[in-house]
Design a protein around this ligand. Structure first.
Ligand code: AAL
Length: 402
């Protein structure tokens, strides 16, 4: 008897839950806020049976296509053309100063040996044993390498092994370079930090911060003492191993430092490497930068590519994670949502900060710099252009009447 009673109670609850959840999803979606024209344009004729896809389509902000673009990549000329034996990669944003474009980038020479050999004397990555160099151009195509901007620090300093992957910001007449730093020895488990340098001229001289302005979270626990980054007892925050790709932009009266986090015990999951983006905010360009409690602010992406747009911040998400190859926007610089998907974007983009950014959402992406792998030893800087996709007509077909 007791068993029968139990069965009736469970069955009742199941039916109840089933009904309410169905009712709930129907109720949640208010069709009255959409016009007949919206339904017609989306090809939805049965409003009582809306699929999840139809609901998403109806909720889409605006049925425009101004966030959708395609990219092309081409060679640069002059000193930034590919050079045998030289690594030039991860270009910063471009600043236009007195009629010339300026770019900063990672530079080193020689091949990469990796971690298996003599890490004290060899190069473990193409971005190991690097310094930050800069170049100028009048047209963005032919570049002149001007020289060293920020070198590695002296032995024992937090940046004594490599300084690389730089971004630039100009604020009230001062130029700020933020970049990754590694202290020797460059083993697999070494933590990567972020440094800052500033100058009143884009040509330097640069003053470096005495301490890093951002460091990995300290709450992961390695397992064992082997130099293996996959073996952990506890992974810790999304940025427990490395803070990378710093990019500072002035936003809402503060300074927003976006960065890529790498986690201890990284796995391949959720559409790629466990790469997420974080944010740290400061009142002054030199910091202190405080990590946002909302981190991570993206579960996808790789190199940071962010720009202010329409009172918020836009972000191009590439390479890793379930939302790779999308452009996203957030009204507050923290809560991003997808605006478009793209076929695939150039990596490590250096944005043209002199673009008329409010003209349209992707105006800043009309052209800029990127890097490409000639091979695993050598990378070089190239140019990208992008265009909006506005028509799809067959040869000889008349376009839509205006
Ligand atoms: C890049 C960046 C960081 C990584 C490496 C060099 O494109 O994400 O800089 O450390 O690859």
């Amino acid at each position: 008897m007791k068993r029968i009673l139990n069965f009736i109670v469970v069955a009742f609850f199941m039916t109840f839950i089933g009904c309410t959840s169905d009712k709930h999803t129907q109720e949640e979606f208010d069709v009255s806020q959409y016009s007949e024209q919206d339904f017609d344009r989306l090809g939805i004729t049965d409003k009582d049976h809306l699929s999840a896809a139809s609901k998403r389509a109806l909720k889409w902000d605006k049925l425009g296509n101004e966030w959708f673009i395609e990219f092309e990549v081409s060679d640069l000329k002059g000193d930034l053309a590919y050079e045998e034996g030289v690594v030039r990669r991860d270009p910063s944003a471009l600043l236009k100063i007195d009629g010339k474009y300026y770019v900063w980038y990672t530079k080193s020479t020689g091949p990469t040996q990796g971690f298996a050999g003599d890490i004290e004397n060899e190069k473990v990555f193409p971005w190991d044993r690097c310094d930050i160099w800069y170049a100028t151009s009048e047209d963005g195509i032919t570049w002149k390498e001007e020289g060293l901007a920020v070198p590695r620090g002296p032995k024992g300093a937090y940046d004594d092994r490599s300084v690389f992957t730089v971004e630039v910001m100009e604020w009230e007449g001062t130029y700020y370079l933020s970049y990754q730093t590694v202290k020797s020895p460059y083993n697999v488990r070494v933590k990567n930090q972020v440094g800052l340098a500033w100058s009143s001229s884009p040509n330097g001289p640069w003053t470096k911060s005495e301490e890093p302005i951002l460091s990995p979270a300290d709450n992961g626990v390695w397992k064992g003492t082997d130099d293996n980054r996959f073996n952990v007892i506890k992974k810790g925050d999304f940025d427990s191993h490395k803070v990378h790709d710093p990019c500072i932009i002035p936003f809402n009266g503060k300074f927003y430092l976006y960065y890529k986090g790498e986690q201890m015990g990284e796995e391949i999951t959720f559409g790629g490497r466990q790469i997420r983006h974080g944010l740290a905010i400061a009142d002054n360009p030199k910091g202190p930068y405080v990590k946002s409690p909302y981190n991570p602010i993206s579960n996808s992406g790789h190199e940071i590519c962010v720009w202010p747009y329409n009172g918020g911040v836009a972000s191009l998400i590439t390479t890793d994670g379930p939302e790779k190859n999308t452009i996203q926007w957030s009204p507050d610089g923290i809560n991003f949502s997808i605006k478009s998907s793209i076929k695939g974007a150039p990596h490590a983009i250096g944005l043209n900060r002199s673009a008329d950014i409010e003209k349209e959402p992707t105006e800043i992406l009309r052209w800029g710099l990127t890097h490409e792998y000639m091979n695993s030893d050598y990378q070089y800087i190239r140019r990208f252009t992008s265009r909006r996709v506005t028509t799809h007509v067959a040869i000889g077909e008349a376009p839509k009447a205006k």
